[in-house]
Design a protein around this ligand. Structure first.
Ligand SMILES: Nc1nc2c(ncn2[C@@H]2O[C@H](COP(=O)(O)OP(=O)(O)OP(=O)(O)O)[C@@H](O)[C@H]2O)c(=O)[nH]1
Ligand SMILES: [Mg+2]
Length: 193
Protein backbone atom coordinates (compact mmCIF):
# COMPACT_ATOMS: atom_id res chain seq x y z
CA UNK A 1 0.00 0.00 0.00
CA UNK A 2 1.19 3.51 -0.62
CA UNK A 3 -0.06 6.96 0.19
CA UNK A 4 -1.49 8.36 -3.00
CA UNK A 5 -2.58 11.90 -2.36
CA UNK A 6 -4.59 14.38 -0.35
CA UNK A 7 -7.39 16.50 -1.70
CA UNK A 8 -10.03 18.95 -0.58
CA UNK A 9 -12.33 17.78 -3.38
CA UNK A 10 -12.76 14.11 -4.25
CA UNK A 11 -13.13 15.04 -7.91
CA UNK A 12 -9.40 15.71 -8.14
CA UNK A 13 -8.53 12.22 -6.80
CA UNK A 14 -7.59 9.34 -9.11
CA UNK A 15 -10.55 7.28 -10.31
CA UNK A 16 -10.71 3.92 -8.50
CA UNK A 17 -12.83 0.83 -9.01
CA UNK A 18 -13.44 0.22 -5.33
CA UNK A 19 -12.67 2.17 -2.20
CA UNK A 20 -13.39 1.81 1.51
CA UNK A 21 -13.62 4.96 3.63
CA UNK A 22 -12.86 5.18 7.34
CA UNK A 23 -14.71 7.79 9.43
CA UNK A 24 -14.83 8.53 13.13
CA UNK A 25 -13.94 11.13 15.67
CA UNK A 26 -10.39 12.35 16.01
CA UNK A 27 -8.26 9.88 18.00
CA UNK A 28 -10.66 6.93 17.60
CA UNK A 29 -7.94 4.96 15.79
CA UNK A 30 -8.64 5.40 12.05
CA UNK A 31 -5.05 5.67 10.86
CA UNK A 32 -3.87 2.95 13.24
CA UNK A 33 -6.56 0.59 11.94
CA UNK A 34 -5.67 1.28 8.31
CA UNK A 35 -2.06 0.46 9.13
CA UNK A 36 -3.09 -2.72 10.95
CA UNK A 37 -5.28 -4.13 8.20
CA UNK A 38 -2.67 -3.35 5.56
CA UNK A 39 0.23 -4.62 7.70
CA UNK A 40 1.99 -1.28 7.65
CA UNK A 41 3.36 0.38 10.74
CA UNK A 42 3.40 4.09 10.09
CA UNK A 43 1.92 4.59 6.69
CA UNK A 44 -1.46 6.15 7.39
CA UNK A 45 0.15 8.41 9.97
CA UNK A 46 1.63 10.14 6.95
CA UNK A 47 -1.77 11.78 6.96
CA UNK A 48 -0.82 13.42 10.24
CA UNK A 49 1.54 15.72 8.39
CA UNK A 50 0.39 19.27 9.18
CA UNK A 51 -2.02 20.45 6.57
CA UNK A 52 -3.18 16.97 5.66
CA UNK A 53 -5.17 16.38 8.80
CA UNK A 54 -8.26 18.06 7.41
CA UNK A 55 -8.04 16.58 3.94
CA UNK A 56 -9.25 13.49 2.14
CA UNK A 57 -6.23 11.15 2.31
CA UNK A 58 -6.25 8.36 -0.26
CA UNK A 59 -4.14 5.21 0.03
CA UNK A 60 -3.90 2.78 -2.85
CA UNK A 61 -3.58 -0.97 -2.34
CA UNK A 62 -2.53 -2.17 -5.77
CA UNK A 63 -0.66 -0.93 -8.84
CA UNK A 64 -0.71 -1.15 -12.62
CA UNK A 65 -3.18 0.43 -12.57
CA UNK A 66 -4.24 1.43 -9.06
CA UNK A 67 -7.90 0.40 -8.71
CA UNK A 68 -8.51 -0.29 -5.03
CA UNK A 69 -8.08 2.15 -2.21
CA UNK A 70 -8.71 3.13 1.37
CA UNK A 71 -9.73 6.67 2.30
CA UNK A 72 -8.62 8.06 5.65
CA UNK A 73 -11.18 10.81 6.27
CA UNK A 74 -10.48 13.66 8.71
CA UNK A 75 -11.68 12.99 12.23
CA UNK A 76 -14.72 14.82 13.44
CA UNK A 77 -13.75 17.30 16.07
CA UNK A 78 -10.86 18.63 14.07
CA UNK A 79 -12.89 21.56 12.80
CA UNK A 80 -13.76 22.59 16.36
CA UNK A 81 -12.45 26.08 16.98
CA UNK A 82 -12.31 26.81 13.27
CA UNK A 83 -14.46 29.52 11.74
CA UNK A 84 -18.09 28.76 10.83
CA UNK A 85 -17.15 29.00 7.17
CA UNK A 86 -14.24 26.56 7.57
CA UNK A 87 -16.48 24.10 9.45
CA UNK A 88 -19.16 24.29 6.78
CA UNK A 89 -16.60 23.78 3.99
CA UNK A 90 -15.17 20.82 5.85
CA UNK A 91 -18.57 19.19 6.34
CA UNK A 92 -19.40 19.77 2.69
CA UNK A 93 -16.13 18.17 1.57
CA UNK A 94 -16.91 14.98 3.49
CA UNK A 95 -20.58 14.90 2.49
CA UNK A 96 -19.74 15.35 -1.16
CA UNK A 97 -17.16 12.60 -0.97
CA UNK A 98 -19.56 10.17 0.74
CA UNK A 99 -22.43 10.91 -1.65
CA UNK A 100 -20.58 11.30 -4.94
CA UNK A 101 -17.49 9.09 -4.89
CA UNK A 102 -18.45 6.41 -7.37
CA UNK A 103 -15.89 3.86 -6.21
CA UNK A 104 -17.04 3.98 -2.58
CA UNK A 105 -18.18 0.46 -1.61
CA UNK A 106 -18.17 0.63 2.20
CA UNK A 107 -17.80 3.16 4.99
CA UNK A 108 -16.28 1.91 8.22
CA UNK A 109 -17.70 3.96 11.08
CA UNK A 110 -15.21 3.72 13.91
CA UNK A 111 -16.60 4.08 17.41
CA UNK A 112 -14.37 4.14 20.49
CA UNK A 113 -15.05 0.87 22.31
CA UNK A 114 -14.59 2.57 25.68
CA UNK A 115 -17.03 5.47 25.25
CA UNK A 116 -18.96 5.28 22.02
CA UNK A 117 -21.15 6.12 20.36
CA UNK A 118 -20.79 9.85 20.92
CA UNK A 119 -23.38 12.33 19.66
CA UNK A 120 -21.26 12.96 16.59
CA UNK A 121 -21.08 9.20 15.90
CA UNK A 122 -24.87 9.01 16.15
CA UNK A 123 -25.26 11.99 13.83
CA UNK A 124 -22.95 10.36 11.29
CA UNK A 125 -24.81 7.04 11.50
CA UNK A 126 -28.19 8.71 11.06
CA UNK A 127 -26.85 10.64 8.09
CA UNK A 128 -25.39 7.51 6.43
CA UNK A 129 -28.67 5.68 6.98
CA UNK A 130 -30.80 8.49 5.60
CA UNK A 131 -28.64 8.64 2.47
CA UNK A 132 -28.44 4.85 2.20
CA UNK A 133 -24.64 4.82 2.17
CA UNK A 134 -23.38 1.28 2.91
CA UNK A 135 -21.58 1.24 6.24
CA UNK A 136 -20.32 -1.04 9.00
CA UNK A 137 -19.75 -0.06 12.63
CA UNK A 138 -16.34 -1.03 14.01
CA UNK A 139 -15.64 -0.61 17.73
CA UNK A 140 -11.96 0.19 18.35
CA UNK A 141 -9.60 -0.29 21.32
CA UNK A 142 -11.10 -3.59 22.45
CA UNK A 143 -7.94 -4.06 24.56
CA UNK A 144 -8.86 -0.98 26.61
CA UNK A 145 -12.16 -2.46 27.79
CA UNK A 146 -11.81 -4.62 30.89
CA UNK A 147 -12.55 -8.26 30.15
CA UNK A 148 -15.24 -8.27 32.86
CA UNK A 149 -16.99 -5.33 31.15
CA UNK A 150 -16.80 -6.52 27.55
CA UNK A 151 -20.12 -8.31 27.30
CA UNK A 152 -21.97 -5.34 28.75
CA UNK A 153 -20.10 -2.83 26.57
CA UNK A 154 -20.81 -4.91 23.47
CA UNK A 155 -24.54 -4.71 24.12
CA UNK A 156 -24.52 -1.04 25.15
CA UNK A 157 -22.44 0.19 22.23
CA UNK A 158 -24.51 -1.73 19.69
CA UNK A 159 -27.79 -0.54 21.23
CA UNK A 160 -26.47 3.04 21.17
CA UNK A 161 -25.92 2.60 17.43
CA UNK A 162 -29.38 1.07 16.94
CA UNK A 163 -27.83 -2.33 16.20
CA UNK A 164 -27.61 -5.85 17.61
CA UNK A 165 -24.38 -6.81 19.37
CA UNK A 166 -23.49 -9.17 16.51
CA UNK A 167 -23.65 -6.33 13.97
CA UNK A 168 -20.64 -4.50 15.44
CA UNK A 169 -17.12 -5.73 14.81
CA UNK A 170 -14.83 -5.18 17.79
CA UNK A 171 -11.16 -4.74 16.98
CA UNK A 172 -7.86 -3.90 18.61
CA UNK A 173 -4.89 -2.75 16.62
CA UNK A 174 -2.81 -3.30 19.75
CA UNK A 175 -3.62 -6.98 20.35
CA UNK A 176 -4.76 -7.78 16.82
CA UNK A 177 -8.22 -8.94 17.89
CA UNK A 178 -10.41 -9.37 14.75
CA UNK A 179 -7.92 -7.60 12.50
CA UNK A 180 -7.65 -10.65 10.22
CA UNK A 181 -11.42 -10.81 10.06
CA UNK A 182 -11.71 -7.15 9.11
CA UNK A 183 -8.96 -7.52 6.52
CA UNK A 184 -10.90 -10.43 4.98
CA UNK A 185 -14.09 -8.37 4.87
CA UNK A 186 -12.20 -5.44 3.34
CA UNK A 187 -10.77 -7.67 0.59
CA UNK A 188 -14.27 -8.97 -0.17
CA UNK A 189 -15.71 -5.46 -0.38
CA UNK A 190 -12.86 -4.36 -2.61
CA UNK A 191 -12.86 -7.45 -4.82
CA UNK A 192 -13.12 -6.60 -8.49
CA UNK A 193 -16.50 -7.39 -9.95
N1 LIG B 1 -4.88 0.74 23.20
C1 LIG B 1 -5.12 0.99 21.92
N2 LIG B 1 -4.78 2.19 21.42
C2 LIG B 1 -5.06 2.43 20.11
C3 LIG B 1 -5.69 1.46 19.28
N3 LIG B 1 -5.85 2.01 18.05
C4 LIG B 1 -5.33 3.26 18.11
N4 LIG B 1 -4.86 3.52 19.34
C5 LIG B 1 -4.21 4.77 19.81
O1 LIG B 1 -5.14 5.83 19.72
C6 LIG B 1 -4.47 7.04 19.35
C7 LIG B 1 -5.13 7.65 18.12
O2 LIG B 1 -4.96 6.79 17.01
P1 LIG B 1 -5.00 7.33 15.52
O3 LIG B 1 -4.96 6.13 14.64
O4 LIG B 1 -3.99 8.38 15.28
O5 LIG B 1 -6.45 8.01 15.50
P2 LIG B 1 -7.19 8.75 14.29
O6 LIG B 1 -8.61 8.33 14.34
O7 LIG B 1 -6.46 8.49 13.02
O8 LIG B 1 -7.07 10.27 14.72
P3 LIG B 1 -7.09 11.58 13.76
O9 LIG B 1 -6.16 11.34 12.61
O10 LIG B 1 -6.68 12.66 14.68
O11 LIG B 1 -8.51 11.77 13.30
C8 LIG B 1 -3.01 6.68 19.13
O12 LIG B 1 -2.30 6.97 20.29
C9 LIG B 1 -3.06 5.17 18.89
O13 LIG B 1 -1.87 4.52 19.26
C10 LIG B 1 -6.02 0.19 19.87
O14 LIG B 1 -6.59 -0.72 19.24
N5 LIG B 1 -5.72 0.02 21.19
MG1 LIG C 1 -5.57 9.75 11.64
Amino acid sequence: MRFSESATNHKTLPVMKAEIAVVGRSNVGKSTLINAITNRKKLAHASKTPGRTQLLNLFVLNEDPPTRGIMDLPGYGFAKGASKKAQADWGQMIENYLLERESLVMVLVLVDGRHGPTDLDSTMLAWLRSHRVPHTVVATKHDKVKPSMRQKRRKELAAGCGLEAGDVLWVSATTGVNIDQLRGLALDWLADD
